[in-house]
Ligand binder design. Structure first.
Ligand code: HEM
Length: 140
């Protein structure tokens, strides 16, 4: 099971690489004015979103694997696991929202300023701290 946990953490890191970098691409994209840069950002966003979605799916696959193999029964009485899964659901919501924003740029309907994209960048960082503290420290 230790191998499954290792794979879970490895794919979680690949997922977060995308969750951190995609909103940065949105910041630069919102600021760009020439057609060549616009086309290049569209390709970068599409490919990054595809890669981070693979990271998300594999993180979930190995997480659910551990959940059914032992964790659900072993930690049944503890609150941290339920709380962690709740925060993971929020993270998935953010991931889906990033996909919507990629679509807005592609369709030419993106309407937020670069400041907005800068701010949403903080959300996955806060969730990362909270989820890792819950999973590793298991405070309650
Ligand atoms: C569908 C999503 C997820 C599920 C079902 C899931 C489930 C689990 C389970 C059952 C464990 C083993 C817990 C234990 O035995 O101590 C675990 C470990 C871990 N998870 Fe997740 N997880 C998910 C997503 C995430 C995410 C998004 C992160 C990071 C932000 C994360 C970070 C970790 C870490 C760092 C560990 C190792 C904890 C340790 O052993 O010290 N997980 N996960």
């Amino acid at each position: 099971m230790i191998w499954i946990k290792a794979l879970h953490v490895i794919f979680m890191v690949t997922w977060f690489a995308g969750l951190f970098y995609l909103p940065r691409l949105f910041v630069y994209h919102a600021d760009c004015s020439d057609e060549t840069s616009h086309a290049r950002f569209l390709v970068m966003e599409r490919k990054l979103f595809a890669i981070m979605t693979i990271g998300a799916v594999l993180t979930a696959v190995f997480g659910v694997w551990m959940l059914f193999a032992y964790a659900w029964s072993a930690h049944r009485e503890l609150l941290w696991l339920d709380l962690k899964l709740l925060l993971v659901a929020a993270l998935v919501g953010f991931h889906v929202y990033c996909g919507i924003l990629v679509g807005e740029f592609r369709n030419g309907t993106a309407h937020h300023s670069h400041v907005f994209y800068r701010w949403i960048n903080e959300f996955p960082a806060l969730l990362l701290v909270a989820i890792v503290l819950l999973a590793v420290v298991k405070p309650f």
